[in-house]
Design a protein around this ligand. Sequence first.
Ligand SMILES: Cc1cc2nc3c(=O)[nH]c(=O)nc-3n(C[C@H](O)[C@H](O)[C@H](O)COP(=O)(O)OP(=O)(O)OC[C@H]3O[C@@H](n4cnc5c(N)ncnc54)[C@H](O)[C@@H]3O)c2cc1C
Length: 312
Amino acid sequence: MEIERVKCLIIGSGPAGYTAAIYASRAGLSPVLYQGLQPGGQLTITNDVENYPGYPEGVMGPEMMEDFKKQAERFGTDVRYGIATSVDFSSKPHKVTIDDSKVIEAHTVIISTGASAKWLGLESEARLNGSGVSACAVCDGFFYRGQDVVIVGAGDTAAEEATYLANLCSKVYMLVRRDEMRASTIMQERVKNTKNIEILWNTVTDEILGEHAVEAVRVKNLVTNETREIPAKGFFVAIGHEPNSAIFKDYLKLDENGYIRTIPGTSKTNVDGVFACGDVQDFTYRQAVTAAGSGCMAALDAERYLAALNLH
Ligand SMILES: Cc1cc2nc3c(=O)[nH]c(=O)nc-3n(C[C@H](O)[C@H](O)[C@H](O)COP(=O)(O)OP(=O)(O)OC[C@H]3O[C@@H](n4cnc5c(N)ncnc54)[C@H](O)[C@@H]3O)c2cc1C
């Protein structure tokens, strides 16, 4: 199998990976970055991004990620197509296999593989994604201010997102599949005490209605089997995220939901020379700007690690 040795390997091409690449290339680490299945990351499936600093008029997600890429390439990042298919962090340099066909030996590895939102799997959900359907209330809630929206989910994140939406929207319908919520008691209380949130218990999504944008949601009560249509402009799915960390699980410490554990305040993992940034290690904030910030941290941590070992 072909083998190549590099100082700094970056896995993933979202805001975290490209920011790490900008810092690493400007520091002279000649980083190689593999883009994975979704070049540009999660923002390439959204339209307007209005909360990333530096774009006063907002920017389209794919365009913003193209800007990130150009900036990383300008300083010499070697951006490549390819997926990391397995790793071996048992000895140094670390080994990362790309597309099952090539091994990269890297003195430092920066993992920025992100997380994928879980979806319900309805055809209408996929068709209207970005046109009323969203998996991020903090990102997209603003677009539905003063309007009615529906949110699906019953955990802490769903409860938090429902109260966030309630501050912006006139009415929030929260669909809960069972007759109880998984969210912590304090979060449940917060939801129940918010006047403009109506919880629909034992209720699931039957179909999201609308040709080009969400117009209503047909819901079904699992106890009575009755369906009804709720007029709404936004449909938020808050049933969890899946961090893209499976290939690292034999070497890195993960939390109970699969997020890579980093030493607080750093991007360091439990393996020397392996750093993690962005959504793959962030259960809490999950925003482009926080991903970018942690990408900067990862590059600086990698650079200092190499300098201490005279490998710079
Ligand atoms: C619909 C939607 C709208 C959003 N809107 C906003 C918004 O308006 N503002 C905001 O701040 N945030 C928004 N977010 C959240 C934001 O997109 C994420 O917080 C951010 O993209 C996380 O960046 P990241 O670099 O950690 O990972 P991601 O963007 O998830 O990128 C992960 C990268 O890793 C790659 N990858 C994964 N596995 C492998 C592998 N094995 N080998 C190689 N590469 C791999 C993927 O191809 C991808 O390039 C939105 C998210 C969604 C889904």
